[in-house]
Design a protein around this ligand. Sequence first.
Ligand SMILES: Nc1nc2c(c(=O)[nH]1)N[C@H]1C(S)=C(S)[C@@H](COP(=O)(O)OP(=O)(O)OC[C@H]3O[C@@H](n4cnc5c(=O)[nH]c(N)nc54)[C@H](O)[C@@H]3O)O[C@H]1N2
Ligand SMILES: Nc1nc2c(c(=O)[nH]1)N[C@H]1C(S)=C(S)[C@@H](COP(=O)(O)OP(=O)(O)OC[C@H]3O[C@@H](n4cnc5c(=O)[nH]c(N)nc54)[C@H](O)[C@@H]3O)O[C@H]1N2
Ligand code: SF4
Ligand SMILES: [Mo]
Length: 661
Amino acid sequence: MKTVVCPFCGFGCRLLVDEKSMRVKPYPGEPNREKLCPKGLYSLEFVRSPGRLKRPLKRVGSAMVPISWGVAIEEIANRLLEIRELYGPDAVAFLSSSKVSNEENYLLQKIARLFGTNNIDNCARLCHEASVHALKLTVGTGAQTNPYEDIERFNAVLIWGYNPAETHPVVMDYILRAKRRGAKIIVVDVRETRTMAFADYKLVIKPGTDIVLANAIAHVIIKEGLYNEEFIRMRTSGFSEVRMGVTKYTPEYAEGVTGVPAETIREVARAFALAGSGAIMWGMGLTQHVSGVENVLAVINLALLLGYIGERGGLYPMRGQNNVQGAAYMGALSEFLPGYVPLTDERFRKRVADVWGVEDIPTDRGLYLTELWEAIEEGDVKALYIVGENPAVSEANFDHVRKALRKLDLLVVQDIFMTRTARYAHYILPASAFCEKAGSYMNSERRIQWSHKVCEPYADSRPDWEILAMLGRALGLPGFTYASVEEITAEYFRLFPELEERDVEELKNGDGIFLPRKRLHTWEFATPDGKARFMAVERISPWEEPNGEFPLVLTTVRLISHYNTGEMTRRSPSLVKLMGEPRALMSKRDAERLGIRDGDWVEIETRRGRIRMRAKVEKVQEGLVVVPFHFKANKLTSPALNKAGTPAFKFSACRVKRVKT
Ligand SMILES: Nc1nc2c(c(=O)[nH]1)N[C@H]1C(S)=C(S)[C@@H](COP(=O)(O)OP(=O)(O)OC[C@H]3O[C@@H](n4cnc5c(=O)[nH]c(N)nc54)[C@H](O)[C@@H]3O)O[C@H]1N2
Ligand SMILES: Nc1nc2c(c(=O)[nH]1)N[C@H]1C(S)=C(S)[C@@H](COP(=O)(O)OP(=O)(O)OC[C@H]3O[C@@H](n4cnc5c(=O)[nH]c(N)nc54)[C@H](O)[C@@H]3O)O[C@H]1N2
Ligand code: SF4
Ligand SMILES: [Mo]
């Protein structure tokens, strides 16, 4: 039996895999404690799917023809060098993958930066980048502060814009253990989610009104003297700005905006404050708005008011992909070096350059993943190298993205499947899947775990790190002579003071290593003055308000058996059986007004495009339409970005009509 990290969500369960029978059992230790959700349990199925890419392919006219690895890598490297020669290094961009290991992310960002550009990004941009920015501004470190095990010790769990019952099923176990101990569970969402079924307080708010609700809760906590005065005095700055800022956010005002009764807001504020300790967990309901960064700031203020940090609480931006935390920590982001260190931090930059055997690395921030498409349209970016991302489906307003992909002089896609994005590629490189290679991954609680190889690479596929090492050599970059994945692990260990003295072998046994440590900010915050910074925020209007023409609000959400763009889940027969047909949820009142009955086909239209699906008339609030994201939702979504570069996937103005099929 070998331990393998689950290839789906950022909770980071480990699977015990029997190498002979390839049977999967849940790992008994941390973090999943003998639990797995169906995706983890059936995760080996997609690996054996006949749809796997078998060998490198090159576009010749309209056909994709097989070529050898040697020729593919040489031709790609030569094209990249040519483009750099003609247009400079910033005409090339790299997209890394939150699906591949730390080592693989580390190598790709190293290639980008040695090649001469910070155009390196990953889907963290579409996800929790707003949380990273907000956390950096307030507590100084852009990551979850506490381990999962703390959740079950706290007396309250505030779950905001986050639906773990579908998206991180195993973390529900921790939340429910807290509840059994008497902890109060508060859930804030725009609809009654599966998670809400377990809540003591169910707050259904109007879409995009989170700042008003958070400020009103802060208002009650301050007005009723429920805040932690000592904590605020000793460990924070900026309290007076927030105190002033929230005065006008009375519960009565908030009721009018959010739809939550003023009395409920008071009750929730009291329950959360009087609990004495609490976790705040949040997801895409906060980050995927034009006000994403400010939404998160408003919620962090609540933790600071109550001193719910360290032993008494934690901030849990629950990470999406199995290695999105690792991709970010390894520096696969256009504004950060490894460890979220800003590019402008001269000392650390020199340290990295030293390990890489070069003088320096570029300091200008690269393009965000979400800014790429415009840059390609403008002719600024000519070549794109994508590892394990499917932007032709996952990016907002995807018609625009597909148009940009067609315009590239060079598109390389390194994936395990012939994805929608790969259809536009000039070269397709077949990667080996998670269980066919070894490497380390970092889950949401910042636990680095080793994933062992349990079977041989499929057909002529190769592990991503091997492909990237070949590419690095072909580009003539220094130090790409890695003979094993462990050599890359050892190299990234050297960048982090906390790992410098640790041994890679240590990672392979036991329950992993927390980077930088298990609990953050217990004594001091990672800000220049060691204090957490309150940030007063005002309500921000959505980019696109509903109007007479597009009177409804469209939000996009996740379903338990589907995963993101569906490349992996739709190739798993056991998951396909659990899926059922996707439906657009809408309220009875809206349906009646539009002459729509449950099960009718409807067309949902925004300023970007239209899609069809069957309607499900449900208990959702009037004015809201809820569509699963896994299919064609991004034909519709708003491309407006927030300060962290994340699109407003959760808020578009739309209209709906009944159609025949
Ligand atoms: N089964 C499954 N699990 C997954 C994934 C998957 O695709 N499928 N993807 C993984 C990834 S990459 C991620 S990032 C995580 C995401 O995990 P979540 O954040 O839990 O996922 P979502 O369903 O996108 O959004 C969460 C909730 O936000 C609510 N919401 C929408 N608008 C608003 C608003 O204005 N305010 C508030 N308060 N709430 C709002 C939605 O109703 C929804 O219930 O899941 C991970 N786990
Ligand atoms: N409307 C709407 N759009 C959204 C969202 C939303 O809530 N609503 N959520 C956004 C969020 S939070 C996210 S994270 C993104 C996700 O967007 P993407 O990351 O583009 O989506 P995935 O389907 O997870 O794509 C992962 C790809 O990695 C490939 N892969 C898997 N394993 C390996 C491997 O070992 N090696 C290689 N090379 N490839 C591999 C898979 O085949 C797949 O093509 O979507 C975003 N888009
Ligand atoms: S909860 Fe997440 S990590 Fe655990 S088995 Fe399910 S998808 Fe995998
Ligand atoms: Mo995500």
